[in-house]
Design a protein around this ligand. Structure first.
Ligand SMILES: [Zn+2]
Length: 437
């Protein structure tokens, strides 16, 4: 006699869930096919499959960047700011801009703003600072990605010591929206989890109120470590688990990275990075975000960024980006399982731009040793071979991005929604259409 009652209850629950559509967008920063192949070779073996590889929908995405002074002119290599802005707003822009238009400095509406206006819950999760370019493009508008916190709003501040930022024109005293951190604490995003505490542990440049006080006044519970993440509940969560970018899970043996070829290269493998101890994983943060957002009957949209595929590739640290892609892949599995129990959930996984790392022959195809002029890492893989990874886009401190197409993957809900060849602005339209915004 109990069985029919149980079934009836399940049907009611299913009907309630079927009413609202959800979107989970996962962005691997810098996660081109080179990065995916490097991670697959190490984590699953050359013939193995990442979770990504098993997703039923797959397309190729063109990354479009425009010139700041002449927006009709194309630029062939993006940064995370303009590419995330394309996905978040459906409008292409110039490098460094956060959901603001090249030259004209307009603020096109973001997918998060559209979702909030329709009553959906919204969230972002990142292993970078939550004020970093990718999350920032979804939850703020700024002339420049460097305007992360009150400190940067002062005239004449430098971006990574390279050039002068122009943030004060976006300052609240000048009628602007303020720093990215201030926009987050005063904004409507429900769940914001990642790194970047240093940009919030400051007083506002406008009214001198501490940003974490502003956050609490605006209804956020502020979380600062893995225990808080586990124990503190709330409809609005601001989790800041490290001062800036969160530490990565892996490093090369004793910190080994790619180096200039000078005699024989010493092979290494990957080991845990002790600096990660005590940090929540990307999957744990995503789980908390989903549990919180899914309470909203009208559905939700969540953007999850695995940031350090990019950052560790800039640093020529293969184990750093392999470990970060491992975090992404585990998170994708968790999200796909969530989508199975919440059937109207569109899951998309993509990247913002290509990156420097490429797999090259461990010994030259033409005989003898590789003679790359860049830096090379020789990585011992668990399946018993050696993978040579080359970084050769810069002689400077950091490697550059590259201008290749990036992949997009989708779950079964994405079937018929994602064409095989698209542009990043189309991802905005797909999400907007699916959520009926
Ligand atoms: Zn980058």
């Amino acid at each position: 006699m109990f069985k029919p009652i149980f079934l009836a209850t399940s049907l009611v629950l299913l009907n309630a869930q079927a009413m609202a559509n959800n979107v989970i967008l996962i962005i691997g920063d810098g996660m081109d096919d080179q990065q995916i192949s490097i991670a697959r070779n190490y984590l699953q073996g050359a013939q193995g499959q990442l979770v990504l590889d098993k997703m039923p929908v797959r397309g190729s995405v063109k990354v479009i960047t425009v010139d700041e002074d002449n927006p009709s002119k194309k630029v062939y290599v993006a940064d995370s700011a303009n590419s995330a802005s394309s996905i978040a707003t459906g409008v292409n822009t110039s490098r460094g801009r956060i959901s603001s238009t090249a030259k004209t400095n307009q603020h096109p509406v973001t997918i998060m703003e559209l979702a909030k206006a329709k009553g959906l819950a919204t969230g972002v999760v990142s292993t970078a600072s939550v004020t970093d370019a990718t999350p920032a493009a979804f939850i703020s508008h700024s002339k420049h990605r460097g305007c992360e916190g009150p400190e940067q709003m002062e005239p004449g501040k430098l971006f990574y010591g390279m050039y002068k930022l122009d943030c004060d024109s976006d300052g609240r005293a000048n009628g602007g929206k303020g720093s990215i951190a201030e926009q987050i604490v005063m904004g409507s995003t429900d769940v914001v989890l990642g790194g970047g505490l240093k940009h919030f542990d400051q007083e506002s440049d406008y009214d001198s109120e501490h940003l974490l006080t502003k956050a609490r006044v605006n209804g956020f519970s502020v979380l600062q470590d893995a225990q808080d993440l586990e124990n503190i509940e709330g409809d609005r969560l601001l989790g800041l688990f490290s001062p800036s970018t969160m530490p990565v899970i892996w490093q090369g043996t004793k910190g080994a990275k790619a180096e200039k070829i000078n005699g024989d290269l010493k092979a290494f493998s990957c080991e845990p990075n002790l600096g990660f101890n005590g940090m929540p994983t990307l999957q744990t943060m995503t789980e908390k975000a989903l549990n919180t957002l899914a309470r909203n009957d009208d559905g939700f949209i969540l953007m999850v960024e695995s940031a350090s595929i990019d950052k560790q590739s800039h640093y020529r640290n293969p184990c750093g980006h392999i470990g970060e892609l491992k975090q992404l892949d585990e998170t994708v599995q968790f999200v796909l399982d969530f989508a199975k129990s919440h059937p109207d959930t569109l899951v998309l996984v993509t990247a913002d731009h290509g990156h420097a790392a490429q797999i090259v022959p461990a010994g030259s195809l033409f005989g003898g040793q590789s003679t790359s002029l860049g830096r090379v890492a020789l990585v011992d893989t668990p399946e018993g071979s050696q993978m040579a990874i080359n970084y050769a886009t810069s002689e400077g401190q950091a490697e550059e991005h590259t201008g290749v197409n990036v992949p997009i993957f989708g779950n079964d809900v994405a079937e018929g929604l994602v064409p095989s060849n698209l542009e990043q602005t189309d991802i905005f339209s797909i999400m907007k259409g699916y959520l009926d915004l």
